[in-house]
Every structure is written in C-alpha cells, then in structure tokens.
Design a protein around this ligand. Structure first.
Ligand code: ATP
Length: 306
C-alpha cells in the first residue's frame, strides 16, 4: 500500500435547484439535479502523528486549516466508524472557489473519505461511505458519486441521471463568497414578502422532465433553456452585482446562464469547447467577475489519482 494517497474531486453545479418549504428539521425539501464539472480540488492524505490540515490555492486563506475543516471531520468520522485513530495530514489544493456555491467543502470531505479509506485499507462499501458522507453534509454524497444525479430529501438521496454527451461550461468566480444558510434565509424572506409561506404548504419539488430529456439526449441548447435555480433571486438580492455578470455572459453568447447553487459563482453553458474558452476570456476581462474558467462535464466523483 502507498504511504500517500492523492484524490481528485470535482465541483458541482445544480442544473436544476427546486427548493420546497422548510421542513420540521430546518432543512428545505429539494429537487436538485447535481452536475459534476471539471474544476477540481486535490486532497493528499499522508500518515502523521496527529490530524493536521494544510490548504493551498488562491482562496486558501478563507479555508480553516484545523479540525473544523470538512475534510478533517470526514477523516474523524470514518476513523470512528472503523476504530482507527485518524493520524493523518490532509493537504488540500483548492481549485474550486471557496463559498462559491460549487460544494468545495463537500468535495474535500468526499475526497478525504476516499483517501483515508484507501490509506487505511478500510475497504468500506460504497453504501457505507455514502452514509457517512450524508452525515457530513447534504452535498457530500454527490461529491463521492459524480456524474449527474437527482438529489431529493435535503439533496442527499441520489438517483443517477443518464446523460448523452459532454456539456461545456464557463464558471465566473466572484470576489468573496456567499453563506449558504444566509442565501436560504433570504429565499425564505423573499417568499414570505411575496405573501406565500416558506413553510410546509409549498409542494414537494420534482425534477423537470424537459431538463432530464435534454441531459439524456445531450442537447445543450435544450439544457440551456431548461436551467433553473430557485435560490437565484435570493443570491441576486444579497449580491446585486451578479446581475451584471449574468448579463455579460448572455450578451457574449452563452446558451444558458444561472447562479451556481447558493452563489455567487455564475455558470454559463456554451455549445462547444472553443465557445467556452472564448467566453471565459471575454468574462475574465469584462470587469464583472474576478476570473472565469471553462470546464466540461459530467465527470466522475472523488477518484484516487495515485
Ligand atoms: P455549497 O455549494 O455546498 O453550499 P459552497 O461551495 O458555497 O458550498 P464551501 O466552499 O463548501 O461553500 O465553503 C463554505 C464554508 O465552509 C467556507 O466559508 C469555509 O469556512 C468552510 N469550510 C470548511 N471546510 C472547507 C473546505 N475543505 N473547503 C472550503 N471551505 C471549507
């Protein structure tokens, strides 16, 4: 067995994020179509005399380098389940925007589960890893699975969604993040203002058949038309400047635009890889975002590289 394991794990965008009412446990019922894209973090797990964390990458300063890091919590939970003291160093190389609505912390937790499982020879069944992942956070099971999947419940009950090809995206990264709980809170506030209720009288959300069909047939134009995110009004309310980012991408020819998850990263669908590269270059110099990256998908979930 190798004494160091490096795991690569992708970011996600929700191509549909339908938010139902608040449940008794405080979570919202969701129909979330997760889509894994080729923007990655790498987590390297090395034996150590105690549990330590280091973080590298553009946003490293915004990520806790201690046991509160979601990757460290994953190592502790896996160790507890198998009677192993988690004496590892976790090094996280971040390529996924931090607090960007792309599940970066969840990705690192999934990578730590896979890396520690490999290092310790735990041989955990995928279902056991998925159960531990769901304890860590609603998005962690999808970071293990990758591809495209419908998440129901609070997003953790996954059903793989078949796809008919590769889609080409651009992600515009904002300066500074948005807190996911704050965005859900704003979503509830806007719904209350609207005269509706943020609570149980909202219907249980379901996946959009037109969106699933576009994914199945690999039809980028149809997918672009079907993209939807119920958190987008809340993200725009908290960060009005995102409207200019979305407009810049649409004006530059994106065939679909939306805020990624709870934001503030904005996602743009394009028809092919050259269009994505050109749009990323245009957005990067548009003055409406910090930077923009092309990324294709779907891609696999957390995977041991070496
Ligand atoms: P989601 O899309 O799942 O709502 P996000 O992508 O918006 O999440 P994250 O990048 O996961 O947000 O970060 C949210 C917060 O979690 C950060 O502000 C950070 O303080 C904390 N955090 C803990 N561990 C990590 C980690 N490994 N990587 C990034 N953030 C982490």
């Amino acid at each position: 067995m190798s004494s160091t394991i490096t795991v690569r794990v992708p970011a996600k965008v929700n191509v549909q994020l339908a938010v139902g009412g608040r449940r008794a446990d405080g979570f919202h019922g969701l129909a979330s179509v997760f889509f894994a894209v080729g923007l990655y973090d790498e987590v390297t797990v090395t034996p150590s005399d105690r549990l330590t964390v280091s973080v590298a990458g553009a946003d490293a300063a915004a990520v806790p380098a201690d046991r509160s890091n979601l990757a460290a919590r994953a190592a502790v939970l896996l160790g507890a389940r198998y009677g192993i003291t988690p004496e590892v160093h976790l090094h996280i190389d971040k390529g996924i925007p931090v607090a960007g609505g792309m599940a970066g912390g969840s990705a690192d937790a999934a990578a730590a589960l896979v890396g520690c499982d490999a290092l310790w020879g735990t041989g955990a069944h995928p279902a056991a890893l998925a159960e531990i992942a769901a304890e860590l956070g609603s998005d962690v099971p999808f970071s293990l699975l990758g591809g495209v999947a419908l998440g129901e419940g609070r997003g953790e009950l996954l059903t793989p969604v078949p796809t008919g090809g590769t889609f080409h995206w651009v992600f515009a990264v904002a300066d500074g993040g948005l807190s996911t709980p704050a965005v859900y809170g704003e979503c509830d506030r806007l719904r209350d203002l609207d005269g509706g209720s943020a609570d149980t009288d909202l219907p249980v959300p379901t996946a959009d058949p037109a969106l699933l069909e576009a994914l199945r047939t690999g039809d980028a134009t149809a997918l672009g038309a079907a993209l939807s995110n119920d958190l987008q009004p809340a993200a725009l309310s908290l960060r009005p400047a995102l409207a200019a980012t979305l407009r810049a991408g649409a004006d530059a020819g994106a065939i679909g635009t939306l805020v990624s998850g709870s934001g503030p990263t904005c996602a743009f669908l394009t028809k092919d890889a050259p269009s994505a590269a050109a749009l990323a270059a245009t957005l990067t110099t548009s003055g409406t975002c910090r930077t923009a990256h092309p990324a294709a998908g779907p891609v696999p979930g957390a995977t041991v590289l070496y």
